[in-house]
Write a protein that binds this ligand. Structure first.
Ligand SMILES: Nc1nc2c(ncn2[C@@H]2O[C@H](COP(=O)(O)OP(=O)(O)O)[C@@H](O)[C@H]2O)c(=O)[nH]1
Ligand SMILES: [Mg+2]
Length: 201
C-alpha cells in the first residue's frame, strides 16, 4: 500500500473509552524495546511519528493512527519492562485485554520480538491468548540487520520452532524485519492491504 496520509487520531489512556472505528484495525504489540516505535515510523516513512526511545516502558496509551482513511494502525503499550511496578503491569494487562476483547474492527495483531532472542514467557502468553481469541497473529522478528544475512533463515526457523515447542499453535508466521534496512516493510504493508481488501468483501 501507498501511505498517503497518516494522522494520530485517537490516544486512549487506561480509563478512556475505545473508539468505535469504521475502518479495520491492525494492532502492534510486543515487549518494550522490541522496536515497535521504530517499525511504525519505518512503515509510515516518518522519523518521529511514534516516539522511539532507548528508555523503554514509557508509552502507556493505545494510539490509533488513521492511514489513508482506510485502515488504523494501533500502537499498543509495550510490556515486560523490568522496572514497571506490579500495579502498572496489571493495569497494562487490563488495558490490552479490553482492547483485544472489545475491538470489533480488529483484523490482525503483529507481535514484535527481537530476532536475537527467544520469545519471552510474556510473548508466548500473548500468542496463546490471541490464538484463544481467534485473532490472526503474525510474529515480526525485529532488528534483522543485527544478524548476518546467512544466519537469517536458520534464526527465523529457530523462532518458529521455539514457539511451536512451547505452545500448540500451527503455522505461525515469523517475518524478519529491520527498520534500519527496511527489510520486511513491503511484506507488512502488503498484509495491511490484504486486511483492507478482505474488509471490502
Ligand atoms: N539495529 C536496529 N536497531 C533497532 C531496530 N528497531 C529498533 N531499534 C533500536 O532499539 C531500541 C528500541 O526501539 P524502539 O522503537 O523505541 O522500541 P519500542 O520500545 O518497542 O517502541 C532503540 O534504540 C532503536 O534504535 C532495528 O530494526 N535495527
Ligand atoms: Mg515505543
Amino acid at each position: 500500500m501507498n501511505i498517503k496520509t497518516v494522522e494520530l487520531e485517537t490516544v486512549c489512556g487506561i480509563t478512556s473509552d475505545l473508539p468505535a472505528n469504521v475502518h479495520p484495525e491492525v494492532a502492534f504489540a510486543g515487549r518494550s524495546n522490541a522496536g515497535k516505535s521504530s517499525l511504525i515510523n519505518c512503515l509510515m516513512n516518518r522519523t518521529k511519528l511514534a516516539r522511539t526511545s532507548s528508555k523503554p516502558g514509557k508509552t502507556q496509551t493505545i494510539n490509533y493512527y488513521n492511514i489513508n482513511d482506510q485502515i488504523y494502525l494501533v500502537d499498543l503499550p509495550g510490556y515486560g519492562y523490568a522496572k514497571t511496578s506490579r500495579e502498572t503491569a496489571k493495569e497494562w494487562g487490563r488495558m490490552i485485554e479490553r482492547y483485544l476483547t472489545s475491538s470489533l474492527k480488529l483484523a490482525a495483531v503483529f507481535l514484535l520480538v527481537d530476532i536475537r532472542h527467544d520469545p519471552t514467557e510474556q510473548d508466548l502468553q500473548m500468542i496463546n491468548y490471541l490464538a484463544y481469541l481467534g485473532i490472526e497473529t503474525v510474529v515480526i522478528a525485529t532488528k534483522a540487520d543485527k544478524l548476518k544475512r546467512s544466519q537469517l533463515p536458520r534464526t527465523i526457523e529457530r523462532i518458529e520452532r521455539f514457539i511451536g515447542d512451547h505452545i500448540e499453535i500451527r503455522d505461525i508466521i515469523v517475518l524478519p524485519f529491520s527498520s534500519v534496512t527496511k527489510q520486511g516493510r513491503e511484506d507488512v504493508l502488503d498484509m495491511m492491504d490484504q486486511v483492507i481488501e478482505n474488509e471490502g468483501q
